[in-house]
Design a protein around this ligand. Structure first.
Ligand code: ADP
Ligand code: MG
Length: 557
């Protein structure tokens, strides 16, 4: 396994990579960086999303770094040609980030904006220009971009550039650059036009083509594979929405970098999921604990980098989520190999940015399986689905549950209100209570208050110091109770509220947060009622079972 340190990169660059959370080079980086540092020309074929930018940018930065060879003259020392304005900005930003400690000056140059500011920046002096071919030529003819001092010329997404009609511009630019420069050409595809271009302008290039190994027969995972095409900015919202829709029992969300793992973990926890991070920056002991919690069902969501998840083998895993398209199709196969084992159902969900569409195609070719592109569920979809869930659970409740004790409530209300209005209010409460994961916490407020609430003096019931921690819904010390039944037994928050309010003197309002996990649930109650509730619950059944009831032990925190 190659590491970045193995690749002889300068400490400034290594630190930048660590800062960005890159844990190990992608395959194209592992293969390209060595030869590029040695000054070789390179012809590389790799799909979008495989990490080509760092593959050419890191050696570029190292070769033109201040204490390297003396500048050969005026003008930039590196030129990167890219097909679009977006890529010019993106690549320039990436180079800036990688080269931050080296103080490398990078300038994106593209059409469609006033040329004046670019002229000024070029006059002040830059080390690397990232340009679209048309605008580059424009500057060359004005004399504002001088090619004579170039040490490295990089053609990124060369096939795209040819498709966009930049062939002649590229030829002109390459002809104008000095003879002994290094030339690097990356392309997702290698049609003969590209091969011809390479033949004319590259000298004895190293050729890298990312191997597409076919998976062995029967090895291909049997998994429902879907992808959502979303812009980067919409990914967090799309992720939570899809998770709400899929309701995984246990899932791993894969991210590319540590920073992203941390970000996504925060996003998920903020939305009421219980997600835990797993990456190389977390100490081994903590990592083992996270894995154990995932295995035991205490954690439903783990957000991980590939490296940290390596060797992770969890039987109960139902979903693998690729928050990014993995850098190599092989990594995709690796990731989703964790679900759908031994005839079990598995789901693989991938979030791809529009430009990563081709990467999905590459994965489809490798796995010889189709990835269905789906629409992110809209708010309306989610609402409809939640309504459907509420309808189904009401139906179930009518058919199965012992509703006898509710009769007096309904009859009481029916004297005052229309039965239809009573039903509507009850359905709304049930619906609100079972809504999103975030709403699960608010269930007690939604539970119908029982008549005896009015007689109870809630203020004086509590106040014993010490014990549990406060919860926003409860103002005294609280304790969490462990109930040995959860989602797998179809336990819903309202079942627990019902059991507690039915069997103990507690009202719905005195119940704090409720967490339904796959195999157990946690309910927060006032500390001084905890024993009473435990005794009461032990007498009753929840969803036809007599689950274990006890005070929570630290393991489930
Ligand atoms: P390509 O040019 O092949 O389409 P990019 O260079 O744009 O791919 O990289 C795609 C994404 O992967 C970027 O967000 C980049 O930050 C990230 N990335 C690149 N190399 C690594 C790495 N070694 N580890 C983690 N993330 C990486
Ligand atoms: Mg790229």
């Amino acid at each position: 396994m190659t590491t970045f340190a193995d690749l002889d990169l300068r400490p400034e660059l290594l630190r930048a990579l660590t800062g960005l959370g890159y844990e190990e080079p992608t395959p194209i980086q592992a293969e390209a960086i060595g030869p590029l540092l040695a000054g070789r020309d390179l012809l590389g074929q790799a799909a979008t999303g495989t990490g080509k930018t760092a593959a050419f940018a890191l050696p570029l930065l190292q070769r033109i770094a201040p204490d390297g060879s003396a500048p050969t003259g005026r003008g930039p020392r590196g030129l990167v040609l890219v097909p679009t304005r977006e890529l010019a900005m993106q690549v320039s930003e990436a180079i800036h980030k990688y080269g931050r400690e080296l103080g490398t000056r990078v300038l994106p140059v593209y059409g469609g904006t006033p040329i004046v500011r670019q002229l000024k920046a070029l006059q002040r002096g830059v080390d690397v220009v990232v340009a679209t071919p048309g605008r580059a030529l424009d500057h060359i003819s004005r004399g504002s971009l001088v090619l004579g001092g170039l040490d490295v010329v990089i053609l990124d997404e060369a096939d795209e550039m040819l498709d966009m009609g930049f062939a002649e511009d590229i030829e002109t630019i390459l002809d104008g650059a000095g003879e002994d420069r290094q030339t690097v050409l990356f392309s997702a595809t290698m049609p003969s036009r590209i091969a011809a271009l390479a033949k004319r302008h590259l000298t004895d290039p190293v050729k890298i083509e990312l191997a597409r190994e076919k998976p062995a027969e029967g090895e291909a995972p049997k998994v429902r594979q879907t992808a959502y095409i979303v812009n980067r900015a919409h990914k967090p919202a799309a992720l939570t929405r899809v998770l709400d829709h899929e309701e995984p029992t246990a899932a791993i969300v894969f991210c590319r970098t540590r920073a992203e793992v941390d970000e996504v973990t925060v996003t998920l926890n903020g939305r009421g999921y219980r997600a835990e991070a797993l990456h190389g920056g977390i100490d081994q002991e903590q990592r083992s604990r996270v894995v154990e919690r995932l295995k035991s069902g205490a954690t439903e969501l783990v957000v991980a980098t590939d490296v940290a998840a390596r060797g992770l083998d969890v039987d109960t895993l139902t979903h693998v989520v690729n928050y990014d398209v993995p850098a190599a199709p092989e990594a995709y196969v690796h990731r989703i190999g964790r679900v759908g084992r031994a005839g079990r159902e598995g789901v693989a969900i991938t979030f791809a940015q529009p430009r990563e569409h081709r990467m999905l195609k590459a994965i489809e070719r490798l796995t010889r399986q189709k990835i269905a592109i789906e629409q992110v569920p809209t708010v309306a979809d989610l609402k409809a689905r939640r309504l459907e869930l509420t309808r189904a659970s009401l139906r179930e409740s009518i058919l199965e549950d012992d509703l006898g004790q509710m009769r007096t409530v309904v009859e009481g209300l029916a004297e005052e209100f229309d039965l239809m209005d009573v039903a509507l209010a009850a359905v709304k409460l049930a619906h609100d209570a079972s809504g999103s994961t975030a709403d699960e916490e608010d269930i007690p407020q939604a539970a119908p208050p029982k008549p005896r609430d009015r007689d109870r003096d809630r203020g004086s019931a509590r106040g014993k110091p010490g014990g549990g921690k406060p919860h926003r819904g409860l103002d005294g010390p609280t304790t969490r109770l462990f109930v040995g039944a959860g989602r797998a037994a179809h336990v819903r928050p309202q079942d627990l509220v019902g059991a507690i309010t039915g069997e103990s003197p507690l009202s719905g309002r005195e119940i704090g947060s409720i967490q339904i996990h796959d195999r157990f649930s946690l309910v927060e109650v006032p500390e001084d009622s905890a024993d009473l509730v435990v005794t009461a619950l032990r007498r009753t059944t929840i969803k036809g079972r007599k689950p274990q009831i006890r005070r929570e032990t630290a393991r489930h925190r």
